[in-house]
Ligand binder design. Structure first.
Ligand code: MBD
Ligand code: FE
Length: 311
């Protein structure tokens, strides 16, 4: 028989004390959250009859997770980051807010302060010339009526052909494959980049260790991340997932959504290559972003999530 004690008044009182509810100091919000964490943790332990060995293995796992900086990766892999998007969508719907390009998760690999340029940029540093397929990416940022938004900031980041991101992969140059592009008078942005590869979790890391226990892989389809912002418009965090990837609908982070699939066109025509100033085959992808009007100043800003190199 499963023994349960969490509902006993003395136990509930004990959790209230441990969560600081009997103290004048501290934060009421933090206390309320911690009380709930203690109550739910205790219920899991008694309901699932968590053994001592399982409990301490879990504690040790958290230490490894933090030590390897993978907490942000695990919350993406467990679908919690996607759940937060689904909840935001539901709240928008309840408030009568609709339209625009869908949001999807930021993921753990953004780096603040990428080089800023007007209208166009080359994203890659050329270190994969001859290895990578050149990709020309362009599109417009428009409002809900299709009117161009000039001066919007398109802040984009992507992986290299190995699926690795600069800053986190110290073998890459600073800000490789990370740029901020200001849209021109037609709301247009243009980028020369490379076709990225999908990301895979470090097979030796704690996130993949957890996924292995769940019988899951840790692969993402090839994708490009975006923050799109402009005065008076709702900040958009999203991604384009590349149509030609086997993992398109088998993403360990659940970021692929209808409306966020980029059609990659491969061009194998020497006249076109010469015009584009590239050697041989290249790729093109066009993607427009539609922004909603912001209902508050705060809605124009991205979350305050701690990020690498944030000022
Ligand atoms: C990525 O590139 C990514 O976008 C997410 C969400 C998680 C891990 C790696
Ligand atoms: Fe990514």
């Amino acid at each position: 028989m499963t023994i349960r004690i969490t509902q006993q008044p003395e136990i509930q009182q004990f959790f209230r004390e441990a969560a600081g509810l009997e103290n004048a100091g501290g934060s009421e919000r933090s206390k309320a959250i911690m009380l709930r964490i203690l109550q739910e943790t205790a219920r899991i332990i008694e309901d699932l009859e968590i053994t001592d060995d399982e409990f301490w293995a879990g504690v040790s796992y958290l230490n490894r997770l933090g030590a390897s900086n993978e907490a942000g990766l695990l919350v993406a892999g467990l679908g919690i980051e996607h759940f937060i998007d689904l909840l935001a969508d539901a709240r928008d719907e309840a408030a009568g807010i609709s339209g625009g390009t869908p949001r999807t998760i930021e993921g753990p690999l953004y780096v603040a302060g990428a080089p800023l340029s007007q209208g166009e940029a080359r994203l890659d540093d050329g270190s994969e010339d001859g290895v990578a397929t050149v990709m020309f990416l362009d599109g417009r940022v428009v409002d809900l009526h299709g009117k161009p938004i000039a001066g919007a900031i398109v802040d984009l980041w992507q992986a290299d052909t190995k699926g690795n991101y600069s800053y986190f992969d110290k073998s890459q140059s600073d800000y490789n494959l990370r740029r901020r592009i200001v849209t021109d008078a037609d709301g247009r942005y243009r980028a020369r980049s490379i076709v990225p590869s999908g990301y895979g979790c470090d097979p030796a890391g704690p996130t993949q260790a957890c996924l292995n226990q769940l019988g899951r892989h840790g692969q993402r389809p090839a994708h490009v991340h975006f923050f799109i912002s402009a005065p008076g418009f709702e900040h958009l965090t999203t991604q384009i997932n590349l149509s030609n990837d086997d993992h398109l609908w088998d993403d360990f982070a659940y970021a692929t959504r209808d409306g966020l699939i980029g059609e990659v066109r491969f061009v194998d025509d020497s006249t076109q290559s010469a015009k584009r100033n590239v050697d041989g085959r290249f790729a093109e992808m066009t993607f427009d972003f539609q922004l909603r009007p912001a209902l508050s100043e705060q809605a124009t800003q991205r979350s305050q999530r701690p990020r690498a190199l944030q000022a």
